[in-house]
Design a binder for this molecule. Structure first.
Ligand code: HEM
Length: 312
């Protein structure tokens, strides 16, 4: 089936300048109340975002939100289930582990203005707060020149613009076409250790030149350079996902990290990238520790309408 971008949430746009990532847990107290609130949120989220785009078009607000596997089973036990939606299974490499952590509802809001992210989240939480608790809330930002906080331009090999929907929108699961899978993983960096590396050693670790962003020749890269270890070339073809990572930091507390978010129409691709990174002990992992790991299904607007109408 061909995908229809008009039916999709914002799983293909840019990473934004100010970003809020929120992971919520359902209260599991009263299914009917929780289901009603989710139906209301499914109905209202689109109009809240449309209203914000009218109120401040320049802010370029974008939002995607969705469900973890346990939440889907709890809320919609009799409905069909997106075929790849399951709890993320921890990946144990020889040195490092991609942990799996809880998450029922995920919201990814971004805009040119933090005020707009705040306003959207404030309205969303008005509906969701009574039925949830907060598992994680991370405020990210676009770093100078669109660089990752480790100093390298991030997203160069990402599919760009309209092309990205070919990689993010589900097209082989009829009930859930135009939805997407989001993998969210919050990393804390050891910035002191990273900064103590010489620029050439950082470049060998990432596989690109720091200033110009040009790719290093293969024989200049470490065998476990990030852009070698993260590649998915299953079946001799390069597979891509859409990454919208941003840094976050509490500088006074010396806590700095990257919130990784990858959208794909086929979670298996993201999972193979992760498996490669952790089994090959990607050099980036010597300086980056994941503290969360969740897979979420991001429904299309068609699915959100069904949820709003109580069809599930
Ligand atoms: C600590 C978190 C991470 C940081 C700071 C980071 C940063 C970067 C940077 C700077 C690049 C090079 C430029 C580019 O093509 O975007 C890159 C490439 C890439 N990253 Fe990451 N990344 C992180 C985690 C991940 C994870 C978890 C995945 C996979 C699930 C991933 C997948 C990729 C892929 C596929 C490429 C492109 C490789 C190529 O074809 O050249 N990254 N990343």
């Amino acid at each position: 089936m061909t995908v229809d971008i008009k039916k999709a949430q914002d799983v293909y746009k840019d990473a934004g300048e100010s970003v809020i990532f929120t992971t919520l847990m359902l209260n599991h107290k009263d299914l009917k109340t929780e289901k009603d609130a989710i139906a209301e949120f499914s109905d209202m989220s689109n109009s809240i975002i449309n209203s914000m785009r009218i109120r401040d078009p320049e802010a370029q607000a974008h939002i995607a939100w969705g469900f973890g596997s346990d939440a889907w089973d709890y809320l919609f036990p009799n409905a069909p289930k997106p075929k790849e939606l399951e709890n993320f299974k921890e990946i144990k490499g020889p040195k490092y582990t991609a942990v799996s952590t809880p998450g029922d509802i995920f919201i990814h809001v971004r805009s040119k203005k933090m005020a707009v992210c705040y306003e959207l989240m404030d309205q969303f939480m008005g509906i969701l707060r009574p039925i949830t608790s907060v598992e994680d809330e991370t405020h990210g930002f676009r770093y100078i020149e669109g660089r990752a906080i480790i100093g390298f331009i991030d997203g160069t090999e990402n599919p760009a613009g309209i092309e990205s929907m070919d990689y993010t929108l589900i097209d082989d699961d009829p009930e859930f076409n135009n939805g997407s899978y989001a993998f969210a993983q919050k990393y804390i960096h050891n910035m002191e250790a990273w900064k103590s590396l010489k620029t050439e050693d950082q470049e060998k670790a990432i596989g690109r030149h720091k200033f110009s962003d040009r790719e290093l020749d293969d024989d200049e890269k470490l065998p476990n350079a990030h852009n070698v270890a993260s590649k998915d070339e299953e079946g001799g073809v390069e597979h891509k996902i859409v990454r919208m990572n941003v840094p976050f930091s509490d500088p006074a507390k010396d806590i700095t990290g990257t919130y990784f978010i990858g959208y794909s129409k086929d979670f298996a691709v993201t999972n193979r990238m992760l498996t490669n990174m952790f089994t090959k002990s990607d050099r980036l992992l010597d300086f980056s520790t994941p503290i969360t790991g969740n897979l979420f299904f991001i429904p299309s607007k068609t699915t959100l309408e069904k949820i709003a109408d109580g069809d599930y």
